[in-house]
Design a protein around this ligand. Structure first.
Ligand code: ATP
Length: 479
């Protein structure tokens, strides 16, 4: 297909009228200040990929404002962009915030957040009657200083070009200009359109993965989600970056960078939350990219088997009705991540969990997992009755039980599944209130009686209320 040069009509027709109005308001606000505004990143990609006959509901929009800034020729130190970027004359880049504040005046329900040194603004609508849930990031392109009037399109293009060049893949480095002149123009400096058509994920430069390993995870995520291939040169850059060992220092070593780890965690979470997590994990494994988490982490047959077992278990623990009594795994991605980390030698687990900023309970679980695993596996095979199984497992949390089950031989796994799905749900026909009504006084013995009642129920000695009452009368007569 030929490149669609002008996308204005397409935007107007394919976005919801409400979103189109927000974009128009934003572009007018930019225009009157003499700035350019661009729709960039995933929004453009998704728009070009979507069914052309349908309205597309974008919920996450990235805008870049470019306030091309003319300065007098004589103050230029050198011709190169590098020296211009480090020039002390670079002004505050708060244009995105200024624009966001103006939009806020038209949309009083919106929440505004301002982030970071370069003052990126985020506008958030939550269940808004008109816009639903919408997130708009407005960044400011780092302005370059050229001795030309701001209206010169070449100047405008050079700032946005730099901004797009810092992005991850060609398909994410497309932009649509929302301001005049030539609003609606698609900017494609790096062949993003060609790659969308060819269904390939391609980086913009050879050092991309050295700069940022999270891009490996992003490459895999987009490849699997969109059904694209990672382009062969890009794949070799991934392998080169992984083999260079750079991540050992930056992620699991002592000189770790917190921002990188936060981003790695959010990419991992993103992948593990999606229904395509299995092929994504497989591809990460094929590339050897689990090494980003820890140098010794590999995608083995055993890990794959455990992941499949967890998958089955997750399906089981997502009961359709909210009201279900059954235990629910609220953070499936975290359980999957713990299965991954459980493959590491125990001495590495807590450190990696800490680096990835997992909650304390995860760290504790991973630390004590092997000891609990040994105890449970050896004692479970000796249990002679359901009540003994319950006694052994009742103080373990659901995640620990699943982690142990997937690492255990089939017989033990079945016993644990049976505990989770059946035994743990069984209750005695009589509870504490019933005992009080029957004349038992609350005392330390009370709990003992309740435990015996439950055990007898689990083992089939008690099946109904009358049999429970008879059991009590015989074993614990009221004084
Ligand atoms: P999704 O639909 O999955 O959210 P997205 O492309 O919108 O996809 P975001 O994570 O929201 O993904 O990022 C927005 C844009 O920011 C991307 O399209 C890309 O241009 C850029 N970007 C995000 N992460 C990186 C990164 N690690 N390196 C370079 N550019 C990035």
């Amino acid at each position: 297909c030929p490149l669609p040069q002008v996308m204005g009509k397409m935007l107007r027709e394919r976005l919801t009228p409400q979103l189109w109005r927000v974009l128009t308001t934003a572009s007018q606000a930019a225009q009157k200040r003499g700035w350019h505004l661009y729709l960039v990143g995933g929004g453009v990609r998704d728009l070009l990929l979507a069914d052309p006959t349908k309205i597309i509901e974008l919920q996450d929009i990235d805008l870049v404002v470019d306030k091309a800034y003319p300065i007098p020729l004589k103050s230029l130190q050198a011709d190169s962009i590098e020296s211009l970027e480090t020039s002390p004359q670079v002004p505050e880049t708060g244009a995105g915030v200024e624009l966001a504040r103006e939009l806020q005046q038209y949309y009083p329900n919106v929440r505004l957040q301002v982030h970071g040194r370069f003052q990126t603004a985020a506008l958030l609508w939550h269940k808004d009657p008109e816009l639903g849930s919408l997130w708009i990031d407005i960044a400011t392109a780092r302005t370059e200083f050229y001795p030309y009037p701001a209206a010169n399109p070449e100047v405008e293009a050079s700032s946005i070009r730099q901004d797009l060049y810092r992005r991850d893949f060609t398909i994410n480095a497309l932009a649509i200009r929302l301001t005049d002149p030539r609003s609606g123009t698609l900017l494609d400096f790096f062949g993003g359109w060609r790659d969308l058509e060819a269904k390939v994920i391609r980086v913009l430069h050879a050092n991309s993965f050295i700069e940022d390993p999270t891009r490996i995870y992003r490459a895999v995520r987009f490849a699997v989600r969109l059904g694209f291939q990672i382009e062969s040169q890009t794949e070799s850059y991934i392998r080169y970056a992984l083999e260079s060992g750079i991540y050992t220092r930056s992620i699991s070593g002592n000189h770790k960078t917190p921002a990188l780890q936060t981003r790695l965690k959010s990419e991992l979470k993103y992948i593990l939350q999606e229904n395509y997590w299995k092929p994504a994990l497989q591809l990460l494994g094929d590339l050897g990219a689990l090494r980003c988490i820890h140098p010794t982490l590999e995608f083995t047959e055993e890990l794959w088997k455990q992941m499949r077992l967890v998958d089955r278990c997750l399906k089981r623990f997502q009961p359709p009705e909210e009201s279900s009594e059954q235990a629910v795994i609220r953070e499936p991605w975290q359980l999957l991540l713990e299965v991954l980390l459980a493959q590491l030698a125990p001495e590495h687990r807590a450190k990696v969990a800490e680096n990835l900023q997992l909650p304390d309970e995860s760290m504790t679980r991973l630390q004590r997992l092997d000891t609990r695993n040994q105890v449970i596996q050896s004692r479970l095979s000796q249990c002679k009755s359901p009540s003994q199984i319950v006694q052994l497992l009742q103080n373990e949390d659901l995640y620990t039980l699943i982690l142990i089950a997937v690492q255990s031989p089939r017989v033990i796994r079945k016993l644990i599944w049976n505990y989770i799905t059946k035994l743990s749900q069984i209750q005695s026909p009589l509870n504490g209130n019933d005992l009080k009504k029957m004349g038992y006084k609350p005392s330390p013995k009370f709990k003992q009686i309740l435990d015996r009642l439950l055990a007898a129920t689990l083992d089939g000695e008690i099946t109904t209320r009358p049999t429970a009452e008879a059991f009590l009368a015989e074993k614990f007569p009221v004084n």
